[in-house]
Design a binder for this molecule. Structure first.
Ligand SMILES: Nc1ncnc2c1ncn2[C@@H]1O[C@H](COP(=O)(O)OP(=O)(O)OP(=O)(O)O)[C@@H](O)[C@H]1O
Length: 240
């Protein structure tokens, strides 16, 4: 089976007018269809750099990167990106925010609109379509951001610390909802987080990075029963 993501010996150097700094080096990664993988590590270890390469937003200085077997040349409709901030447009209703990707890709029609309406309902937002972002809580806004990301039906979702602005209880609920929603739809996902217990609770596989430069330190497969036992389990030698 062709991996959804394949990174072969990726390195990236950021060059500014004052210095060149090696952000990541020697990154090898394969993510299989339907897998949920987390990248965990301290600030500056290159998590966002790796996601940006996969999203086609950054051309790596070295190495080869593929999505679904094709070299990555730029952003692709196959890849959805969900960020820490929801970036909802305050002047658009929840429904209109959720539809924006479909509008931009000229795929808005009665069928896709109805699919988004169903997604909003599944996320507990069925009655919120006519409200504006300022009328929702942080957790509700992140659920709208998830609907907006799923609306265009990308096969791969990149989740860059989507829970870090939320309170603990909301975060736990949203973690479960996201895992269930993505698994039901057979999506592949890569989550970036500082939080090892969050990564273990959500992932099939956890990749620990260290920094200076960012490198893969360890990989753990997370069995289903361990995921459900969270937040009390931490793999030995995780080193965080
Ligand atoms: N645009 C840039 N220009 C120069 N250096 C950068 C740039 N973006 C990131 N870096 C550097 O590259 C390294 C990796 O950054 P990156 O943002 O990928 O790490 P991260 O693990 O996502 O960090 P955080 O958890 O704080 O978001 C850091 O040393 C950072 O300072």
């Amino acid at each position: 089976m062709v991996p959804v993501v394949e990174l072969n010996d990726i390195a990236h150097v950021y060059v500014t007018d004052r210095e060149a700094s090696l952000a990541v080096e020697g990154i090898h990664l394969k993510v299989e269809p339907g897998e949920f993988v987390s990248l965990v590590g301290p600030s500056g270890c290159g998590k966002t750099t790796i996601l940006s390469v996969i999203a086609g937003l950054l051309q790596p200085s070295k190495g080869a990167a593929y999505v679904n077997g094709d070299p990555i040349y730029g952003p692709s409709p196959e890849v959805g990106y969900m960020l820490q901030q929801d970036y909802l447009f305050p002047w658009r209703t929840i429904m209109d925010n959720a539809l924006i990707g479909l509008e931009l890709t000229e795929r808005l029609n009665p069928e896709s609109r109805s699919a988004v309406q169903n997604l909003l309902r599944e996320m507990g937002l069925g009655d919120s379509g006519n409200l504006y972002p300022s009328q929702l809580s942080g957790g509700m806004r992140q659920r709208v951001a998830l609907v907006r990301t799923l609306a265009t039906d990308p096969g791969l979702l990149l989740l860059d610390e989507p829970f870090s602005a939320l309170d603990y209880q909301t975060k736990l609920q949203l973690e479960d909802l996201i895992v269930e929603t993505l698994k039901e739809r057979g999506k592949t996902a890569i989550l970036v987080t500082h939080d090892l217990s969050e990564a273990i609770a959500m992932s099939d596989r956890v990749i620990l990075l260290n920094r200076n430069p960012g490198r893969i330190h360890r990989l753990f497969d997370i069995p289903e029963n361990i995921r459900r036992a969270q937040p009390f389990f931490c793999p030995q030698g995780a080193g965080l």
